[in-house]
Design a binder for this molecule. Structure first.
Ligand code: 0FV
Ligand code: MN
Ligand code: MN
Ligand code: MN
Ligand code: MN
Length: 596
């Protein structure tokens, strides 16, 4: 049947795979592929008609391999390791000293913002847990109406999942805020630092915590319009940075890079902390460079994008930046490397589905992913064979080197994530080729998968150091928290990329679906999507507090996905157009050391 008719059948409710079995089988493929599979086109008919193919005019990479290989690795030497150990012990001593708890809180906050928290995970948890479980401390905050410390403690406790902090009540924080609001109304004196802390804490609000939300809005409004002329330049800088984006939404390495400079401009900074932070940043950066050089060699040798696939986004270094966003700590090298490789392949395949492939070819491709067998791909066009070869080899390698190390078989999980992803891609391709605009709900129901966050999450889960065979068996595809995290990724991506996608020709994205469904303007639709983003953040925050059954490294990725997405898409499609903010971010995090 002509594609047009088949598509009408699909839209009438056929499941994609069932629909595919309706198509005419060619004798060569019917032998190999089972009845339920896709087998409507032979290679000959797919290529002989030479369909009009589109392109996206993506620019080539700005980071060629020879440049990456030429980067000096400056901070791996023995003397730095020794120096860092020394500084670390000094700071550990500082943490364990008996300060007032106000000082202790500020120290923890500073350490975390300097990017040093990961050296003291246990100490920080202990400290926060003991501070927040002492009734005397909490009563002290309430009696003194100390909004500044109360909000700070509240945020830190939530960020670090301190579970025994039940005496730290939201109601008390809110009444503390109400008193502050009253006295502000009388005196017009704003507790600026208190307001900053309240503002930052409000982004950890969970679904249903509307009062915290309202308090945060109050803080935001007053910080925005507060007279800056009487404040120190350091404080003004801090306010502007906070208003631009709250801490909870920021990609942590990027914030760390900013904060190291900002901290050095503060009046009473601690020189030991600053020295430690700079040295550690540079040492971690050296690890990144080494990994990136290895990955860049891998990508060059894999050589998938030359020839017919040259329309695909070539973004290895940007992919590594995503991976740092998801897993910055040095010990997470395994996830970081695998995620970079996987994103490179995701992008290749996404561009094939969105731009280049015909619907008939995409059917075959979707089926081959389910088969996971290179011998069964002969009937595919060459460009697809090449891509599948690279994919199967890479994923099989990742799984087999992990199983050599840990004796655990993660291949079934990895295959499953590709299968789910490509089926979601295929549904979008069908919608596009049929000129169909789904409702927003219908679109999002598929789009939270097609954004591919599930792949990053499954990889992080499977490559965790603490993976057990029970954890593999109990891997859920996909609990609500995974959905929320990926939904945020999708919504941020649509805000940043849909304009060029629609111009080029692509499935209607959330904004277009909503415009059509509600008959509203693009501005209204965008506002609605931003509103959905706040809602999903609150859902994610809530689900995160009850997800302690997952290992820490995986739980972190759940929040780091929307953070990193927000960072790439804040000003534009910072992934497709890599030569603006993204380039600067790569330089500051990966390329350029901090001068000591
Ligand atoms: C989205 O591109 C994007 F950024 C991709 C595929 C790479 C990042 C992937 C991970 C971090 C896992 P695009 O806007 O073309 O995606 P859609 O889904 O809108 O086609
Ligand atoms: Mn921290
Ligand atoms: Mn795309
Ligand atoms: Mn796509
Ligand atoms: Mn997009």
């Amino acid at each position: 049947s002509p594609p047009y008719l088949i598509l009408q059948q699909i839209m009438a409710g056929f499941h994609p795979i069932r629909y595919l079995s309706n198509a005419t089988a060619t004798s060569s493929s019917a032998r190999r592929i089972n009845f339920h599979h896709i087998h409507c086109l032979s290679t000959a008919s797919a290529t002989s008609s030479s369909p009009a193919r589109r392109t996206a005019n993506y620019k080539p990479t700005i980071w060629d391999d020879s440049y990456i290989q030429s980067l000096p690795i400056d901070f791996m030497e023995e003397k730095y390791i020794y120096q860092r150990e020394k500084l670390k012990e000094e700071v550990r001593f500082l943490i364990n000293q008996q300060h007032s708890f106000t000082k202790q809180l500020e120290l923890v906050d500073t350490l975390c913002q300097l990017g040093l928290g990961y050296h003291f995970d246990a100490e920080i948890k202990n400290l926060l847990s003991s501070i927040s479980s002492l009734t005397k401390n909490i009563n002290n905050l309430i009696e003194n109406n100390n909004l500044h410390d109360f909000a700070l403690l509240f945020r830190l406790v939530r960020e670090h999942d301190i579970h025994n902090a039940s005496i730290l009540r939201l109601d008390d924080l809110i009444s503390c805020f109400k008193k502050e609001e009253e006295s502000f109304n009388i005196s017009n004196q704003l507790d600026v630092k208190g307001m900053i802390n309240l503002y930052e804490a409000s982004f950890l609000a969970m679904e249903g915590e509307d009062e915290l939300d309202e308090a945060g809005k109050f803080a935001m409004k007053h910080l925005k319009y507060h007279d800056r002329s009487l404040l120190s330049p350091q404080l003004v800088e801090q306010i502007e940075h906070a208003l631009e984006l709250p801490l909870h939404w920021r990609m942590s390495r990027l914030h760390t890079r900013w904060f190291i400079d900002a901290y050095g401009r503060q009046k009473n900074f601690n020189p030991t902390l600053l020295e430690f932070a700079k040295l550690d940043f540079n040492m971690v950066q050296s690890i990144y460079k080494t990994e990136l050089q290895e990955l860049s060699r891998w990508w060059r040798n894999l050589n998938v994008l030359h020839g017919e696939l040259n329309f695909v986004r070539d973004r290895l270094v940007e992919n590594y930046l995503w991976a740092i966003g998801f897993a910055f700590q040095p010990e997470l090298w395994r996830s970081r490397k695998a995620i970079t490789k996987i994103i490179s392949l995701i992008t290749t395949i996404d561009d094939i589905y969105d731009i280049y492939g015909t619907l008939d070819e995409l059917k075959l491709f979707t089926n081959s992913i389910e088969e996971w067998n290179i011998a069964a791909t002969q009937h595919l066009p060459d460009y697809m064979k090449k891509c599948l070869t690279a994919l199967f080899n890479t994923i099989n390698d990742i799984a087999s080197s992990f199983s050599k190390e840990k004796e655990l078989d993660i291949l079934p999980c990895l295959k499953r994530m590709w299968d789910d992803l490509c089926k979601a891609y295929f549904i979008e391709a069908m919608w596009y080729h049929n000129g169909y605009t789904p409702t927003l709900d219908e679109y999002l129901d598929n789009a939270w998968v097609s954004i591919s966050g599930t792949c990053a999450l499954t990889t992080a889960y499977c490559l965790s150091d603490d993976l057990t065979s029970e954890a593999i068996k109990s891997l859920e595809f996909y609990p609500p928290i995974v959905r929320y995290s990926c939904m945020l990724f999708r919504l941020y991506d649509d805000l940043g990329t849909c304009t060029t996608e629609i111009q080029r020709g692509d499935v209607p994205k959330s904004i277009q679906c909503y415009m059509k469904e509600k008959n509203v303007s693009e501005t209204t639709a965008r506002d609605y999507i931003k509103c959905l983003i706040s809602i999903y953040w609150k859902k994610l925050n809530k689900e995160h507090t009850v997800s302690s059954k997952y290992v820490e490294s995986f739980r972190k990725v759940l929040v780091d996905i929307p953070r990193t997405a927000q960072c790439f898409y804040q000003y534009r499609d910072g992934y497709g157009e890599q030569d603006h903010e993204t380039r600067e971010q790569i330089i500051s995090i990966i390329i350029k050391p901090i001068s000591l």
